[in-house]
Design a protein around this ligand. Sequence first.
Ligand code: 2HG
Ligand code: ZN
Length: 463
Amino acid sequence: MSDARLADLSRRLPDLRLLTEPGELEHYGRDWTRRWTPAPLAIALPSSIDEVQAIVCWANERQIAIVPSGGRTGLSGGAVAANGELVLSLERMNRVLDFDAVDRTLTVQPGIILQTVHEAARSHGLIYPVDFAARGSCSIGGNIATNAGGIRVIRYGNTREWIVGLKVVVGNGELLELNRGLIKNSSGYDFRQLMIGSEGTLGIVVEATLKLTDPPPPSQVMLLALPHMDALMQVFALFRARLTLQAFEFFTDHALEHVLAHGAQRAIDGDYPYYVVTEFDAVDERAQDAALAAFEHALEQGWVSDGVIAQSEAQSAALWRLREGITESLASRRPYKNDVSVRISAVPAFLHEMQALLAHEYPQIEVVWFGHIGDGNLHINVLRPDGMSEETFIAQCEHVTRLLAATLQRHGGSISAEHGIGLVKRAYLESTRSAAEIALMQGVRKVFDPNGVLNPGKLFAGG
Ligand code: 2HG
Ligand code: ZN
């Protein structure tokens, strides 16, 4: 090991796997944003909590920044290592440690892939209900670090609702065991909840106890084509009143073009500006009739132009692909992403302002919208036109994001609904959190990580 700091780490932890090859540094130093050039010092792949603690102690002594790393599917740069940091990848700590049938909990290591968690829960006749398209690659530790949301939030809430215990290594290397699976625990500050969504700036999750629940009843998936934007929330109000929703997602014709070009199957003929994929409980024929009646009512009102109901698992999957395949279909274009939210009641007014803003500010630029409209969460993907330099493009997107942040602020919304702040959104944090809140957040960070070794530069500009 030519670097004296790494040689010291290897001396302290002879069994620690350390990677320093250029290809490995590049692979582990970036996330799905692909905007920053990875430049980590090295990659550490600990296999135990003891090793994680020892690494954090070493980082304190040597003043080395650590970037905690899971599946690196993040879209905000939270797991990017572009400044000589040590990437602490939790991918080897990826096992299920325990299932408790009485508590209905699953205790896992942080590097476990979300889909493996789903399978483990299913094998016990239960579910872990947080779900989204990156399920096959993202890790539970990363989900916790960003309080991940996804396509079932409307029914089950965010990651935050499903974590009943956490073990974390905080900035001075100490191990905390938080909440220990308790359902009721009114004993002061809940550090577990503080850790959830802290983007690796307060502690490194080294173990998590997840609450499981009963599988939902049989469901149906419907795709709807809508004639105009206002219809989105009209259909949502109708469906929410009449059906028990598991998901209510939307996308535009632009998004559809991209997923179709990427291999998905068209399910509705004709051109419509907006589409909804919704899934709802369909326990029996009565529930299915109610869905049909809701659809017909929407047709009569002119809120829906066309629709299909999946008749098989395969068709359900094909309809879901139209929504879930969007990110992947755009990935090679490396879109600039906004991930915003407002209260459901504010969605109609916000959508109008946002549409006007984007049309005005991005006249020659393709903008793709989609997202969890039933949660008030919108994803905006902006595509760089051929011939425009990356620099000009990012500058333009940042200018528009500033305007968008001001619009959000007026509507009481958030600049990050579910992807986190990371590097991408730290300049806009003040649009969602007050100066007093940010000062307290920074104070909290100092308490948990006095030497600032945990993911510095993420969440807040300048450390
Ligand atoms: C989704 O909802 C993800 O599919 C990704 O949150 C959103 O790519 C995006 O902007
Ligand atoms: Zn999303």
